[in-house]
Design a protein around this ligand. Structure first.
Ligand code: VGL
Ligand code: ZN
Length: 212
């Protein structure tokens, strides 16, 4: 028998990148990305505290294939390692960067924007891809007294994974609510993400575990 999880004052729900460009019809669609929206809304009503992230790139961002005159989904070496080159997505101020229209953000206590430095990508809500430039989220969460970060959103194998790993690195407990995520699954990135998260002590639960 598994126990029911009852989110309390030390728990925060982190809703990652539920934006138009990551949904079908967007520029970097995650398969069925929009299907999680009703569940994410339900979860954000269940948690006493909710934080959202928003991928928020400059035009001609370094993570865009077009910037390098390359095809999307290739990788290229950059100062901080290998960078996957993505289709242009979540450009600041464009419709693709907006939250999905049905996403309920009314209970957002904080919205973290990331990836706004032209030369560096940021998958994680905590650190940009150089793993040193901070978004300030860890300090915010600590100052608020949170101990346990629950994650949902898009995409499981990129921004959710990196955020969960960095939450652990920053000393938080981290649990991904799996059915409230969807994956891109590029070159087996889904299986790799599961392994990396398990090795880092990131928990994986289904939303049914949470008290209604
Ligand atoms: C994401 C690729 C590029 C994500 C963001 O939200 O998972 N993936 N930018
Ligand atoms: Zn991005």
């Amino acid at each position: 028998m598994t126990t029911t999880l009852r989110p309390g004052e030390q728990d925060v729900l982190l809703v990652v990148d539920v934006q138009n460009d990551f949904c079908p019809g967007g520029n970097l669609p995650v398969p069925d990305g929009d299907r999680i929206v009703p569940l994410v809304n339900r979860l954000s009503a269940q948690f006493p505290h909710v934080v959202f992230t928003q991928d928020w790139h400059t035009p001609a961002h370094a993570s865009f294939a077009s910037t390098h005159h390359k095809q999307p989904f290739q990788t290229t070496p950059v100062a901080y390692g290998e960078q996957v080159l993505w289709p242009d997505h979540c450009v600041q101020g464009t419709p693709g960067a907006e939250f999905h229209r049905d996403l309920d953000v009314t209970r957002a206590e904080m919205i973290v924007r990331k990836g706004f430095r032209p030369g560096i990508d940021s998958y994680s809500a905590f650190y940009e891809n150089d793993q040193r430039t901070t978004t300030g989220l860890a300090g915010y969460l600590r100052e608020r007294g949170f101990r346990h970060v629950y994650l949902c959103g898009l995409a499981f194998d990129f921004c959710v994974k990196w955020s969960a790993l960095d939450a652990r690195r920053e000393g938080f407990q981290a649990t991904v609510i799996e059915d409230a995520t969807r994956a891109i699954d590029l070159n087996d990135s889904l299986a790799a993400a599961r392994q990396e998260m398990a090795a880092a002590g990131v928990g994986l639960v289904q939303s049914a575990r949470l008290a209604a």
